[in-house]
Design a protein around this ligand. Structure first.
Ligand SMILES: *Cc1c(COP(=O)(O)O)cnc(C)c1O
Length: 305
């Protein structure tokens, strides 16, 4: 990864190389931590953080769900992220911000409430998550043999570190089998989401995306639904089964990191024309216009630093 200059840790900006923790930190052993993934884009008027408030709010909500007491408010963390982007003096188009909280050193054992909470905001330059090529040509998606954990046994609405074991196993399997990304079904066999992105497909001109019953409530998914409705595209939120994926006209993934990435193949079956479809392209280009500050209608989602 590309190192940056400074990281905000527990209220202070410190040099990148000094942002360290003890090996006996609670989260390393028991896996309870929460993360966000937020992006800043270089616009004509300098960097703008996209949907900053939504991401910070979700971090605090994830932490409440998983019983981690972050001692900062949304406003404090928003302001610190603005300063973080400024202080690092980035130059590239894409800056990724990773706010997170974990349990530090001091106690061992599953009962976690005695462990200190460490709150961190880091940022670095990071380009297209699924590759520039993937954004243009589309990626290959494999239905994972592992399911997304049922909401009876996990906290899928929390952007929790613990949920990423599931995602990692699915991602590994997809890559080893020659695909780019895994698509997880829920325990009932309906599409949940990809390993770190939401799923959309197009059938007969309509956009279809699953409800968030067994998935994270994705901010980008919400954004794409709003954009599509503004464009006059009908959006359905309903369950999707495996066989329906194989007859989709178009498919794409959405996420802060994945942005809008077309899917050209699912399980070795060609999706539509096997390239970025027309509706996908329209949504993708509109999304990039919004995040780069070129669409005044959605400017309220941008926080200029
Ligand atoms: C972060 C994440 C997403 C994407 O959410 P956005 O809010 O759109 O960035 C989707 N699924 C999982 C499991 C995630 O962790």
């Amino acid at each position: 990864m590309d190192a940056a200059k400074t990281i905000w840790m527990n209220g202070k900006f410190i040099p990148w190389d000094d942002a360290k923790t003890h090996v006996l930190s609670h989260t390393i052993h028991y896996g309870n931590g929460v993360i966000e993934g937020t992006k800043a884009y270089k616009t004509d008027k300098g960097y703008a953080i996209f949907r900053l408030n939504d991401h910070t709010k979700r971090l605090l909500e994830s932490a409440r769900m998983t019983l981690i007491d972050i001692p900062y408010t949304v406003e404090e963390l928003n302001q610190a992220q603005i300063e973080l982007v400024r202080k690092n003096e980035f130059t590239g188009d894409n800056v990724y911000i990773r706010p997170f909280a974990f349990l530090g050193y001091g106690v061992m054992g599953v009962h976690h409430k005695g462990a200190p909470v460490e709150t961190v905001l880091a940022a670095w330059e990071w380009g297209a998550y699924l590759g520039e090529e993937g954004l243009k040509r589309g990626i290959r998606l494999k239905i994972s043999s592992i399911n997304r954990a049922a909401n009876t046994s996990s906290m899928g609405k929390a952007k929790a570190t613990a949920n990423y074991l599931n995602s990692q196993m699915a991602k590994y399997e997809a890559i080893e089998c020659g695909y780019d990304e895994g698509l997880l079904l829920d325990d009932q066999g309906y599409v949940a989401e990809a390993t770190g992105a939401a799923f959309f497909m197009v059938r007969e001109g309509k956009l279809i995306t699953p409800p968030s019953d067994n998935a994270l409530e994705s901010i980008t998914q919400k954004m794409v639904i709003e954009m599509a409705e503004d464009m006059g595209i009908e959006v359905l939120r309903r369950r999707i089964t495996r066989e329906e994926l194989y007859i989709a006209d178009e498919a794409f993934l959405t996420g802060t990191a994945a942005e809008v990435t077309p899917v050209r193949d699912i399980d070795g079956r060609i999706v539509g024309e096997g390239s970025r479809g027309p509706i996908t392209e329209k949504i993708q280009s509109t999304y990039f216009d919004i995040v780069f500050g070129r669409n005044p209608k959605y400017n309220h989602y941008l926080t200029y630093v």
